[in-house]
Design a protein around this ligand. Structure first.
Ligand SMILES: [Fe+2]
Length: 225
């Protein structure tokens, strides 16, 4: 069933949480990150002003969802608790996906993503993609990049690393510019929940072309964070 965002209160507040995060969160002094955050909130502001449709998807499950409750519980203790609560309110209508035609076996039970806003919904908007990525403990998300898409990951729950260059906790933001290859690893004892935002042109957002690095090219990505 299709409704306007303004009457789908749980989805409306989930979008407001992204607005708060990209409006009030720190860019850490980075002009590049600041520009991306401004782009996300400008595009989201246009979406909110247009009161887009919400097409509640058929909920889709993936094995990693067994870790969602724990990730949300842990997130309630951190600085992203407000977004965690908003996600808790829409979790029953999320469609969790792999984004790959063929999945590397080691990640099948440890990863999935769910879109919240984008060209194919649930909140239907052509100029921005917002979503969630969930990882089990001790996951390695293979090296990949996004052509034509600027991606930010916003930490909501758990601890993780990208390209072995730092350890990120709730509230941290990591920016991946188009074509930047990145591998994600998660800590050994707790799950990780990230929000992500993609900016790019409409065609890139509607048909994201992801590439794995050579070492990981056994899997063919179709879509995914
Ligand atoms: Fe990514």
């Amino acid at each position: 069933m299709t409704q306007k965002l303004s009457v789908e209160a749980d989805w409306y507040y989930a979008m407001q949480e992204f607005d708060y995060a990209y409006r009030n969160g720190s860019a850490g002094g980075s002009p590049t990150i600041r520009t991306h955050m401004r782009t996300v909130r400008d595009r989201l502001a246009k979406a909110l002003a247009a009161d887009p449709a919400v097409e509640s998807p058929e909920p889709k499950t993936k094995p990693v969802q067994a870790h969602l409750e724990r990730a949300l519980d842990n997130g309630l203790d951190g600085v992203m608790r407000s977004m965690i609560k908003a996600i808790d309110n829409v979790k029953s209508s999320l469609a969790w996906e792999y984004g790959y035609e063929r999945m590397p076996r080691h990640i099948v039970t440890k990863y999935a993503y769910a879109e919240l806003l984008g060209p194919s919904g649930p909140v239907v908007w052509p100029d921005l993609v917002l979503g969630l990525v969930l990882f089990a403990p001790r996951a390695t998300y293979p090296a990949h990049c996004h052509e034509g898409i600027t991606e930010s990951y916003l930490s909501l729950s758990g601890h993780w690393s990208e390209n072995d260059t730092g350890v990120y906790a709730p509230g941290s933001m990591v920016l991946n510019l188009p074509g930047h290859t990145h591998t994600i690893t998660t800590a050994g004892r707790e799950p990780v929940l990230l929000a992500y935002a993609w900016t790019g042109d409409r065609d890139s957002l509607a048909h994201p072309a992801m590439k794995f690095s050579r070492r990981s090219n056994r899997a063919r990505p179709a879509r995914g964070a």
